[in-house]
Design a protein around this ligand. Structure first.
Ligand code: DOR
Ligand code: ZN
Length: 471
């Protein structure tokens, strides 16, 4: 058999080891990994000597804003940024306008996403008023559900615990994971109202409105509902030491729960608010240095499973407002995650193998993409980030490919960057430049997603069972 391409001279990295090996690619898949003499013939050879070949990052938390907010981002700019950041698959969030709450909106988004440069999954919304749509959303190709326990950009009201419980019952049967914005709305809305009424609007008040109990309560409650129903859940953007306790406890009890954190919760803390002002405003908030320290530890030990970005672009005007309550929350991240985390590798905070575990292996496993994604091995998709661990760059918003040209990491010097990105065997980024004509190469991962059977519990007490008996 003749391969389409062989990457020669690189070092292949997985979550346990680094191996000097060539990689043969055919029809978008990895054909062989091994010694040069074991490689088949190939139409093209690309020398990657000196580079480490990582499975492309899988970022299960991005907001690409289309439809509805394309002045902030769209599917082209968002996936351009992903390709520049070594990210080969993204899962995109439903708080667009209209939100992805039924099959109509899902289909609309699938159309818009045809210009994607990298592969993608789509979240369906799980809200108070669309519990009846979840099954149809799954059938139409939603890859997971997103439940906003706390209201954030897009003003989607958070569901009651009752609606969530029924949503979890349905998700458990469908087997899809439910990703949670785990901040309890009633607590933070109450506190923000009190702070605003008192005329307090400096940047640090954002933390005061959402102390870690907001997350602790939400994670604990969601874990109880997941345990009761057998639903698989994922805690998005872990920001506090406190919520690690219910997360770890739920894992010990056998709840199918995973967790992610994002670079801002690892690399920024409350001491950065004075310097960054409202630019640092994100939900949940960047907290204290002791929180970052605890999250680093939990990430290294695997209690926090993965790194994502909550890529949430807004314009500089929307971000920079004197009154903290008026500033939009979030900032772009899909392009800067890998350079920032590789810098942590260069500094010895984590190993490169740990990074592969948290950026590719864990998300692939949690969202059913394994074994087609998340590894460089025969049969898998050839999704590869070829990284130069010594490359030094300085983060500058103006150079980001996202439309959101503002970042709290402005001026940060990084060591390590993806110099090529391949999605299913094709270069989408090469030598730190976008490859022309590759917009539209991205595909939805629906065809490869295989969630192992879930174990629904208390099915006799589910609303569906009880309502069914009546009829
Ligand atoms: O800060 C945030 N911004 N947190 C979220 O959860 C949503 C995001 C957005 O969509 O802007
Ligand atoms: Zn988000």
């Amino acid at each position: 058999m003749i391969a389409d391409m062989i990457l020669t001279g690189g070092i292949v990295v997985d979550d346990r080891s680094q191996t000097r090996a060539d990689v043969a690619i055919k029809d978008g898949h990895i054909l062989a990994v091994g010694a040069p003499e074991a490689m088949p013939d190939a139409r093209e050879r690309v020398d990657v000597t000196g580079l480490h070949l990582l499975p492309g990052a899988i970022d299960v938390h991005v907001h690409f804003r289309e439809p509805g907010y394309t002045h902030k981002e769209d599917w082209q700019t968002g996936t351009d940024a992903a390709a520049m950041g070594g990210v080969t698959t993204v899962f995109e969030m439903p708080n667009t306008h209209p939100p992805t709450r039924s099959v109509v909106e899902l289909r609309q988004k699938q159309e818009l996403a045809r210009k994607a440069r990298v592969d993608f999954g789509l979240y369906g919304l799980m809200a108070e008023d669309n519990i009846g749509e979840l099954e149809a959303l799954a059938e139409a190709g939603a890859n997971a559900f997103k439940c906003f326990m706390g209201n954030t950009f897009g003003n989607l009201p958070s569901p009651s615990t009752g609606a969530m419980l029924e949503g979890f019952e349905i998700a458990a049967k469908l087997g899809l994971r439910v990703s949670l914005h785990a901040e309890t709305w009633s607590i933070m809305a109450w506190r923000q109202k009190r702070l605003e009424a008192a005329g307090i609007h400096h940047p640090l008040a954002h933390i005061a409105a959402r102390p870690e109990i907001v997350a602790i309560e939400a994670v604990g409650r969601a874990a109880a509902l997941a345990e009761w129903t057998g639903a698989r859940i994922h805690v998005l953007h872990i920001s506090s030491a406190g919520e690690l306790v219910p997360l770890a406890e739920a894992k010990r009890r056998g709840v199918d729960i995973t967790g992610e954190t994002c670079p801002c919760y690892l690399m920024l803390d409350s001491s950065d608010y004075a310097r960054l002002g409202s630019v640092i405003r994100v939900n949940p908030p960047v907290r204290e240095a002791r929180d970052s320290a605890a999250i680093w530890e939990a990430l290294a030990s695997g209690v926090v499973d993965m790194i994502a970005t909550d890529h949430a672009p807004h314009t500089p005007e929307e971000k920079q407002r004197d009154n903290i309550w008026q500033a939009d929350c979030g900032f772009p991240g899909v392009e800067t995650q890998m350079p920032l985390m590789l810098t942590a590798v260069a500094e010895g905070r984590i190993t490169l193998e740990q990074y592969v575990r948290m950026s590719a292996v864990a998300p692939a496993r949690a969202f059913g993409l394994w074994p087609m994604k998340g590894r460089i091995a025969p049969g898998a998709h050839a999704d590869i980030a070829a990284v130069d661990l010594t490359r030094r760059e300085t983060i500058a918003a103006q150079n980001l490919h996202s439309r959101g040209k503002i970042t709290p990491f402005e001026g940060v010097e990084t060591t390590g960057a993806p110099v090529h990105t391949l999605v299913r065997g094709r270069f989408v980024q090469r030598d730190r430049k976008l490859v022309p004509n590759m917009a539209g190469h991205g595909r939805q991962v629906t065809d490869i997603q295989q969630m192992p059977a879930a174990a629904p519990r208390n099915t006799d007490q589910s609303l569906a069972a009880i309502l069914g008996q009546k009829g």
